[in-house]
Design a protein around this ligand. Structure first.
Ligand SMILES: [Zn+2]
Length: 436
């Protein structure tokens, strides 16, 4: 029967890819109607809840006979845009070529939507119902532009419809190698965002006689250099410590040393792990004089800063001043923050995922990861503080490096075998956690 599940998941993904949900504008209703119809026929209670008619969120519920946890399989059905000219194939074809299904959303994340829904339908068709607790299938709109009409709107306006104890979402799960070992990451945490502006002041003057002015742009140079070159004291949290331990790197109070060892073997992986261990700064935008012949009296530098979960604003500001220590004549203004967020490293959900990988891919191990970006897990963790939310979509044909090159890029595609792999995972883990 496993072959059936793979085929059904692949056909559903093809149908979803063919429904263009590029956001903006999203236009997710046809995709949500397709999923709602399948889940309704399978015996789920269906709610389509949205701020507007064109963009409903789908909530499908299957109640069990006894008390127990609510398990939510979450995904989003909108995608980023696709520049068809840059693709080798039509981004909305859903074509299967050499065992890979092509199209926008094949990785991020209609594949997971398809696997979650196909698994749920296959379970109920066989007569399964939760023995305890309940199963929720939730597919939201509007993730790619922040979730104002999706996860945020849904958890604020219909919290009772989507309240859950255990949640599986996007964020990790693609296999990667380190040394002779294979690993599947489970995303347990997300870094926060702390975007700020650095301002320097000078005195305007005619550019033909530079010495008569004070150039604010030149005052920015040492600050820019410090932000680019210096490193802050690490702010170490449990997920990267557990990840390093899982990779077999002795941390022993010296995470920087463990990262240095990792860098010798795999610089790319080391860069990712290092970003999990502390506050990072990426200066990305700068502005100064508006005229070529006027020495600027003010310069402004925008910095995209990310911090590990659990850090308060004061602590992050402390790290900024640490990096800029020894310099003066600048001011800091914070203009956008999002807190980092995390779930416990250990839980019945982690046990189930670890057990499943151990059975399916005995050579491999499961490790926790922290992602530097944010997903809808952030919104669910904030709305339901007791909810254990993980990012996990297992893939083993394509590895992490291959996958990252395709997400939000051209020629996005996925191995059909991995669609079956992921759907079996969701089917088996659901049964294990809800019984029946
Ligand atoms: Zn996504």
């Amino acid at each position: 029967m496993s072959g059936d599940l793979e085929r059904e998941t692949s056909e559903l993904l093809r149908d979803l890819v063919r429904l263009n949900t590029v956001n903006p504008p999203g236009n997710e209703r046809p995709a949500q109607e397709l999923l709602a119809g399948m889940l309704r026929d399978a015996g789920f209670e269906i709610d389509l809840l949205g701020r507007t008619d064109e963009r409903p969120n789908l909530v499908a519920r299957l109640r069990g006979s006894g008390d127990g946890p609510t398990l939510c399989l979450l995904s989003h059905v909108d995608t980023v845009l696709a520049d068809a000219d840059a693709w080798q194939r039509d981004p909305w074809s859903g074509d299967v070529v050499d065992g890979e299904l092509w199209g926008r959303g094949a990785q991020d994340m209609k594949s997971q939507t398809a696997a979650e829904v196909a698994a749920a339908v296959a379970l109920t068709r066989s007569g399964w119902r939760p023995a305890h607790g309940e199963l929720l299938i939730v597919s939201v709109v509007d993730e790619e532009t922040g979730g104002d009409e999706g996860a945020i709107w849904l958890t604020e306006n219909h919290p009772d419809a989507v309240r859950c104890d255990l949640l599986l979402n996007e964020g990790a799960g693609t296999v990667f190698n380190y040394g002779d070992d294979r690993f599947y990451g489970v995303s347990v945490a997300e870094k926060g965002v702390f975007r700020f502006e650095v301002k320097t002041d000078g005195v305007a003057g005619h550019a033909s006689i530079p010495a008569l002015g004070q150039n604010a742009l030149l005052k920015m140079v040492p600050l820019l250099q410090a932000l680019g070159e210096r490193r802050t004291t690490l702010d170490v949290t449990d997920p990267p410590l557990a990840l390093l331990a899982g990779l077999g790197l002795p941390v022993d109070g010296d995470p920087a040393g463990a990262v240095a060892t990792l860098r010798e073997a795999d610089p790319g992986l080391a860069a990712v792990v290092e970003a999990m261990l502390g506050v990072t700064f990426a200066p990305t935008q700068i502005s100064a004089s508006e005229k070529i012949n006027v020495i600027p009296s003010q310069a402004r530098l925008q910095v995209d800063c990310r911090m590990p979960p659990g850090m308060a604003e004061e602590q992050v500001l402390g790290r900024i001043h640490e990096v800029l220590d020894g310099h003066d004549g600048y001011a800091i203004e914070v203009f956008e923050t999002k807190v980092g967020n995390a779930s416990p490293l250990e839980s019945p959900l982690m046990d189930a995922l670890r057990g499943w990988i151990t059975r399916e891919d005995p050579q491999a191990r499961v490790v926790p990861t922290m992602i530097p970006a944010f997903t809808d897990s952030r919104t669910f963790r904030a709305a339901f503080p007791d909810c254990v939310a993980y990012g996990f979509f297992p893939q083993r044909k394509m590895d992490l490096h291959e996958m990252w090159a395709l997400v939000h890029s051209h020629d996005e595609r996925i191995a059909v075998a991995d669609l079956g792999f992921a759907a079996r995972c969701y089917r088996d883990v659901t049964k294990e956690l809800l019984g029946g």
